[in-house]
Design a protein around this ligand. Structure first.
Ligand code: PBG
Length: 335
């Protein structure tokens, strides 16, 4: 624009005026490209063995470790809110080197899954976390080799045993979150051989190592020392994520997931562009905690930021979102 000249040339004015479509709520509603719906939201939940009352998780205000009964009540709330699914994590009282509680039919996770399938299985998709970290005394997602490293192939056998135990509960979708190479193919073969051909696999295909898992470690009382950098992805890498997705799809994944969501929206978008199967994104514990902490201090408007974060994940291309805000968001959305 020329200083001192006319502000705008006279009509016809060749420059677009995008503000025209932002003028009224009705116009904005009409042209919104992205909408959130409760059916695409999944609530992750924790169930803890041996407690009689729910236990608060301090780093995740509003989230608790459930008893079996309070878990069932929460699941009914999810159904009433029209959520698409519920993802279950177990917190056992006993842990050991091989994570024995994971494939024990009487282990807390398997008992909880069976109960939920029975109570709400026709109305909402019950999903399991399939990983050893909640069940191992060293806190790693697999079993350890003699040198202390995580033994990929020995872990696959444990995952297969866990998958059969979970499939036996009637859980329709198993969430493989351990990031071992070949886990999808190995578990798929084990399920098929046992006749569980209808049990679906949600592969945490692109799971980054992240400081944002911190609050989750409290939620599952993880005993991990150190990190998971030898099996989870380096946040510096995007290409690797596409390789993980391609491999998991080739091995039979029915759904793929990117996690955490917020810091990796480019990866969500890239996955959505190439994946032949639905793409999910997991807004993890630390993402939830950041919003809650800032809101608690009055620094941000909780509901606005909550919806904006979810909308951004959806716009990036995720068709399914796992979020600890799922119930709160659904309440704002209506059905
Ligand atoms: C592995 C698993 C983790 C989460 C989901 N599945 C922990 C990890 O990878 O360290 C984290 C979820 C969250 O932080 O909300 N069982």
């Amino acid at each position: 624009m020329t200083p001192g000249g006319p502000l705008l040339p006279s009509a016809p004015f060749p420059v677009g005026r995008p503000r025209r479509l932002r003028r009224t709520p009705a116009l904005r509603r009409l042209v919104a490209e992205t909408r959130l719906h409760p059916a695409e939201l999944v609530l992750p939940v924790f169930v803890r063995e041996g407690i009689t009352e729910p236990v608060a998780i301090s780093a995740m205000p509003g989230v608790v470790q459930h008893t079996l009964d309070s878990l069932v009540e929460e699941a009914h709330r999810c159904v009433a809110a029209g959520l698409g699914g519920i993802m279950v994590f177990g917190v056992p009282t006993e842990k050991d080197g091989r994570g024995s509680g994971a494939d024990d039919p009487d282990g807390i996770l398997n008992v909880a899954l069976a109960r939920l399938v029975e109570e709400v299985g026709n109305e909402i998709v019950v999903m399991s976390d399939l990983c050893l970290d909640e069940f191992t005394d060293h806190g790693h997602c697999g079993v350890l080799a003699a040198d202390g490293s995580v033994d990929n192939d020995a872990t696959l056998e444990r995952y297969a045993a866990m998958a059969l135990a979970q499939a036996a509960t009637g859980t329709p979708v198993l969430g493989l979150s351990g990031m071992m190479d070949g886990q999808v193919g190995y578990v798929r073969a084990a399920l098929d051989a046992a006749g569980y051909t209808d049990t679906a696999i949600l592969a945490y295909a692109a799971k980054y190592t992240s400081g944002l898992y911190g609050p989750f470690r409290e939620a599952v009382q993880s005993s991990l020392v150190g990190d998971r950098a030898t099996y989870q992805q380096d946040p510096a890498n995007g290409r690797e994520a596409l390789r993980e997705i391609e491999t998991d799809v080739a091995e039979g994944a029915d759904l793929v997931m990117v996690k955490p969501a917020g810091p990796h929206l480019d990866v969500v978008a890239a996955a959505a562009a190439v994946s032949p199967v639905p793409v999910a994104a997991y807004q993890i514990s630390g993402e939830y905690a950041q919003i809650e902490a800032a809101a608690e201090r009055g620094w941000v408007d909780r509901d606005r930021v909550m919806m904006e974060a979810l909308l951004g994940i959806r716009r990036a291309g995720a068709s399914i979102i796992l979020s600890y805000h799922a119930l709160d968001a659904a309440a704002l959305l209506g059905r």
